[in-house]
Design a protein around this ligand. Sequence first.
Ligand SMILES: [Fe+2]
Length: 204
Amino acid sequence: MIESNRADLEVDEVSTYLTEDLETEIAHGIEVSRLAGMLATELKMDQEFCHDVEVAGMLHDIGKLRVSTYLYGGDDDTLNVEKLRYVRMHATLGYQVVKEEGYPERVCEMILHHHENYDGTGYPNNLVGEDIPLGARILRVCDVFAALTSDRPYRKAFDNKTAVELLIEEVRHFDMKVFLPFQSIVHDEIMRRELSQRMNNYNI
Ligand SMILES: [Fe+2]
């Protein structure tokens, strides 16, 4: 009886963790998808491309669901370096998931390469510059920005202006042809928000 209670408790704890994690991941996917769609439109890409990058934005971290089996199946003594190796597998695992589900190859490739850095320091293939698919270069900047502007267990969200400054510090990771239009999108959003706050203040 005691054993059965303990098992139930463990299942509850794991379910709570996965539910919270899933909610965070879904909210992050929605935000990356929204930003990536806007950025692709700003870059004057055709409708089909914009749609593909929005889908890839929504699903870019889907491989984390498979990685969680490795991360949380182990014990607390698992080395952080080993955990990092598993975390890095999520790009390749995500590619496999969407491929199996029959998504277009272009969407799958965007997901596979969404952690490649423009200077070649990313993963999984250390691709450099324009060898990285354009959709993946778009996802890269949107992904980092969305992560910085959301609350994390260890810190509060950065505001948009601070997040852009932090991106500039790591600008070697991004394609400037993508990064500059992205900055103007964020700038427009800041201006829109400030304007609506001012209108609210004056009850307009
Ligand atoms: Fe990722």
